[in-house]
Design a protein. Structure first.
Length: 142
């Protein structure tokens, strides 16, 4: 089974004046830490919601020219047994590169299996075991 795992990261950014600047720097900083080993991880702005009024907030919290930015890191994990297995692999892979940055699993989505599609794509009229190249005995007979 293959899964798409979304991990939330709290990335600290220093010497910033606006939330937009903090988000741009956090995405750049995270991309530098992940690349080139994990260049397949997608980096997106995280979504923060006020727990009281349920209003959407900026992904960056700024105080004293320092910011904490919520980012969502999305990756696909292949050949896992369960959702928990996929989340552990994603946290380990991302966590090894993003040292001292807290991570939290936001979403795990099972991807549809491609095995059924590949079975349908094979030609049922082709006998099993037929090869493109002739067998050794056929070459000797000629």
């Amino acid at each position: 089974m293959d899964c798409r795992v979304v991990v939330e990261a709290a990335v600290p950014v220093y010497d910033v004046a606006t939330a937009d600047e903090a988000v741009r720097i956090a995405i750049s900083k995270t991309g530098e830490m992940l690349n080139p080993d994990l260049n397949y991880v997608e980096i997106n702005m995280g979504e923060r919601v006020c727990p009281h009024c349920h209003e959407t907030l900026d992904p960056a919290f700024i105080a004293a020219d320092e910011s904490l930015v919520a980012l969502e890191l999305e990756m696909t994990v292949f050949n896992v047994e369960r959702d928990e297995h996929a989340s552990r692999i994603a946290r380990k892979e991302i966590g090894q590169r993003l040292t001292n940055i807290p991570l939290d699993i936001v979403e795990i989505e099972q991807l549809p299996d491609d095995e059924a599609e590949s079975d349908e794509a094979s030609d049922p009229d082709t006998p099993e075991g037929s090869d493109v190249l002739p067998e050794f005995e056929e070459l000797i007979d000629e």
